[in-house]
Design a protein around this ligand. Structure first.
Ligand code: ADP
Ligand code: MG
Ligand code: MG
Length: 902
């Protein structure tokens, strides 16, 4: 036998042969059972059939050669160890068959207990238990039930109905009142149910039971629910599952037996203590099935002090060994404790931080490891306000949770009304069919945004996420009527001024005011909650881990901010400068009129006049931002969008002209505008006259902005402040473009700055593939690069975000062409490669070239790790994401393998 095994592939491992690091091969459950066995904890003996055996079976449709023999050999040694034989009529060995993949997965076949029982060995089992017939027949009916359900797909309700019938006949509602005879009768009923559904008798041969159960575990890897779950969680489809065969121990032998689950700390809050449930006289699955009421684990101290103390000892051992929260399954058989499972336990985001902090205090892990144990997604979760939904609130609609958070306010239907009401101090929810750039001010003013159309990547969703504002999009049950200022949903009408509550995490919409709980973590970041004074363990843990992240990270974190208040908030959140200040909003609102004059200017003089009027307004904007960021770098992007975006839409103008003509009014200006809009129309505005191209075509436009920036900086410095402007030229594809802009800008700067000591850097965005590929040349003219990864992704893939996300991304995700949208997380191999090339060639041409990123990716955890690896100097993201980026930058610096956030 032994000789044969050395040439065969090894498919079966005894528990004593494995360890916790073999999860790929033995699955999580098997690897940890092995680990506990080797720690000397009382684990019933058993063995694990590897994931490789499963994979071989799934590919070929049959068990691989050698597997049957190896199972036989391990079973024999298990039988020797236990002194019993599987299914022996007089003194049977029983086993459980348990699935266990690398990641625990709902939807997979779970467990069959009591394998090895049949019409004859049930008598032997009773004798083994000192003539306990009730126990033996209870175990047998459980086998038929579990085997029927999980191995042969017999509908579980049928068995449950039979149990109900038996209890009714007995006049009880407690299954413990069923005696041996009742259970014997139940076994008969169960066998009939089994035969009816499978067309065969319940298998009496123990080895056949075992083989069918093992095969069913293999097959369950491809069960539909398991496949769907893997896709959602991005678990690879080819891992396979292991199968554990474990000698049975019995918690259903009487009041001195029982079964339970335990956590070494509270998985909800992270608090230290004893958490768990215990159920006397029961088998494993009863605890979770909720058949009878469990008691808190502390009660076990009273019921069986010896086992309780022993269990606590093992829990402490396991924590010390795994250096983390563990969850545990155990069974007590007549006063003897058995450990049946352990694993590093799942926990809430809050518990993750609290536990990591505690483990550092306890000296079990260091701060680097603590940083590794939490992640940015968890931190982001902790920053959103939450609804308190304990009573009476039922959602009236459910859309897409487009940007998380909990927002309550009065319904408004236009951007203007949102701004008005907000100015009066009213919280408002902006409701639209879908939003567009003109709604921006209303979106800024609103507490939340609710749309009836569009997905996770609609304008509303993307802008809201960028602003960290709650948004539910695509709530298509809403019938929104903007002119009538109302929407209807579920037969109810909601008018302007009515209050609604929207949950941007779940996408649910409620009528009326749902109470909101503020997040302590945000109060801490805002500086209103002192981490040294509070006794909130979460805030203290977050503070500690963030402090370490800041001390560890190499990447700086800046923010995208266009206004003074945004800049101020981001600074409180830890931003170390502004990486992207867009200037286009400075051309909106009541300044639109000046832009129209600029566009319609017929002569140089008219154009210069319009620009001269814009100059002081821009200067004031920049002064405010420089003051807020006092001394920190501020990257200002020269105007980027095509100018026609600032003009009214064609249809609207056409109507205005027609109406005015009808009334005999003077339509000269409207007609001129209409003509301009027609002239400036572009088929592909994204690829049209925008960015640096505007600066090269419209005389004086960039010059005005450069002058405003330089003058603002000088003003701030002369007033005793400090300003570090960095002028960023968008959409550059060729070094000549940048050189032209730079030559003009430098002249203006020299003239304005004089001897004030102000220093202004001039750099470029890298957002056109050609720029990335010619970065070596461009670096000669650029003092810094900032990667605009949104445009780089659009142009790298050749699709425009607004057009494609709703159109086909779902299909691409389904096909696995994307694991995740390349707009959410940077596409490392493609777009990321452009970043890498540009970074390397840019630095080769200009050593020390400052490199940053200012796309939305700057706040995405995985992307932050990538930017760290590529060697950028900073990432820039929306204010709300700044803490997330700080944390992930710290994690990136202590991790070599990328984030492991599963
Ligand atoms: P799950 O992954 O759903 O927890 P398990 O394989 O852990 O499934 O088993 C389900 C229940 O059966 C658990 O409570 C477990 O402790 C119990 N169980 C499994 N194997 C045995 C065994 N050999 N003896 C006694 N109870 C067992
Ligand atoms: Mg379990
Ligand atoms: Mg861009």
């Amino acid at each position: 036998m032994a000789a044969q095994e050395t040439v065969e592939h090894k498919y079966v491992y005894d528990f004593a042969e494995g360890n916790k690091d073999l999860k790929d091969l033995l699955g999580g459950k098997g690897a940890n059972l092995a680990e506990m066995t080797n720690l000397g904890l009382p684990v019933p003996p058993g063995f694990t059939i590897t994931t490789e055996a499963c994979k071989a079976y799934l590919t070929t449709g049959r068990e691989p050669d050698g597997l049957a023999g190896q199972i036989e050999a391990h079973l024999e040694s298990l039988e020797r160890e236990m002194g019993r034989k599987l299914g022996d009529p007089d003194d049977p060995l029983l086993v459980s068959v348990r699935s266990g993949a690398k990641f625990s997965m709902p939807g997979m076949m779970e467990t069959v207990l009591n394998v090895g029982l049949n019409d004859r060995s049930v008598v032997g089992l009773s004798a083994q238990a000192g003539g306990n017939d009730r126990f033996a027949w209870d175990s047998y009916r459980r086998l038929i039930q579990m085997f029927g359900k999980t191995v042969c797909d017999v509908p579980g309700e049928e068995f449950e109905h039979a149990i109900d019938d038996a209890k009714r006949a007995k006049g009880t509602d407690n299954d413990l009142d069923l005696d041996a005879d009742d259970l014997r009768g139940l076994v008969d009923s169960f066998k009939k149910i089994f035969a009816k559904h499978t067309g065969r008798e319940f298998p009496q041969e123990p080895r056949e039971q075992l083989d069918l159960a093992i095969r069913a575990v293999f097959d369950s890897w491809n069960a539909e629910r398991a496949v769907v779950y893997r896709r959602q969680e991005r678990i690879p489809a080819d891992l396979g599952t292991a199968v554990n065969v474990v000698a049975m121990v019995f918690g259903n032998l009487g009041p001195d037996s029982g079964t339970g689950v335990a956590f070494t700390r509270d998985p909800a809050s992270g608090a230290q203590g004893i958490y768990g449930d215990y159920l006397a006289n029961a088998q494993g699955e009863d605890v979770v099935a909720g058949i009878r009421n469990t008691v808190p684990l502390e009660e076990l101290q009273r019921i069986d002090k010896k086992s309780y103390d022993e269990l606590l000892g093992y829990m402490a051992r396991l924590e010390e060994h795994y250096k983390d929260l563990c969850d545990i399954e155990f069974t007590i058989e007549r006063g003897k404790l058995w450990m049946l499972q352990t694993r590093v336990g799942k926990r809430t985001a809050a518990a993750a931080f609290v536990i990591a902090g505690q483990l550092v205090d306890e000296g079990l892990i260091d701060l680097d490891e603590a940083l590794h144990r939490v992640n940015g997604a968890q931190l982001a979760q902790l920053m959103f306000p939450r609804f308190k939904l304990d009573h009476e609130f039922e959602p009236v609609a459910k859309g897409i949770g487009a940007s998380p958070g909990a927002a309550v306010g009065k319904v408004v239907f236009t951007s203007a009304r949102a701004v008005e009401l907000a100015a009066e101090g009213e919280p408002v929810i902006l409701v639209r069919r879908e939003t567009n750039p003109d709604d921006l001010n209303g979106m800024i003013a609103a507490k939340g945004i609710l749309t009836s159309r569009g997905g996770k990547t609609s304008h509303a969703a993307v802008v809201a996420r960028g602003m960290g504002k709650t948004c539910v999009s695509g709530a298509d049950q809403l019938d929104v009527n903007i002119p009538a200022k109302k929407f209807t949903v579920a037969g109810q009408t909601v008018n302007e001024g009515d209050v609604v509550s929207i949950d941007g995490t779940t996408g649910k919409v409620y009528l009326g005011e749902v109470p909101v709980m503020p997040s302590e973590v945000v109060q801490y970041f805002e500086g209103t909650l002192d981490p040294e004074q509070t006794d909130d363990p979460l805030v203290r843990a977050v503070h500690r881990i963030m402090t370490h992240a800041d001390a560890t990270r190499r990447l700086r974190v800046r923010t995208n901010a266009d206004t003074g208040p945004d800049a101020a908030r981001a600074r409180r959140f830890g931003a170390e400068g502004i990486g992207l200040c867009r200037t286009e909003h400075m051309f909106l609102g009541d300044r639109r009129e000046l832009v129209e004059r600029l566009i319609l200017a017929g002569t140089d003089a008219e154009r210069e006049e319009a620009l001269a009027a814009l100059l002081p307004l821009q200067r004031e904007d920049f002064i405010e931002i420089f003051r807020e960021m006092d001394g920190l770098p501020v990257t200002i992007r020269l105007i980027d969008p095509p100018l026609h975006e600032f003009l009214p839409p064609l249809e609207q103008l056409a109507v205005n002209v027609a109406v005015a003509q009808e009334r005999g009014e003077d339509v000269a200006k409207e007609e001129a505008l209409l003509a301009a809009v027609r002239r400036m129309h572009e088929e592909n505005p994204m690829l049209g006259l925008r960015g640096v191209r505007l600066g090269l075509v419209i005389p004086g436009l960039f010059a005005m902005q450069v002058r405003a920036i330089a003058e603002a900086a000088v003003t701030v410095v002369r007033a005793g402040g400090s300003a570090c402007p960095e002028i960023m030229v968008p959409l550059v594809g060729a070094v000549q473009e940048l050189e032209t802009v730079r030559a003009e800008a430098e002249k203006i700067i020299a003239e304005v700055v004089g001897d004030s000591g102000v220093e202004v850097l001039i750099g470029t965005m890298i957002e056109v593939p050609r720029a990335a590929l010619t970065a070596g040349q461009i670096a000669e003219a650029a003092q810094f690069f900032s990667f605009g990864t949104n445009d780089l992704t659009q142009m790298g893939w050749g699709f425009s975000r607004d057009d494609v996300e709703g159109a086909f991304f779902w299909r691409y995700l389904e096909l696995g062409i994307f694991g995740i949208s390349p707009f959410e997380s940077i596409d490392r191999e493609g777009v990321g490669r452009l970043v890498r090339i540009a970074a390397e060639e840019g630095r080769a041409a200009r050593p020390g070239l400052k490199l940053g990123v200012c796309g939305e990716h700057g706040g995405d955890p995985d992307s932050v790790h990538f930017f760290h690896e590529v060697g950028l100097d900073y990432v820039s993201c929306s204010p709300f994401r700044v803490p997330v980026a700080r944390l992930e930058a710290g994690r990136a610096a202590v991790t070599t393998t990328g984030s492991d956030s599963r």
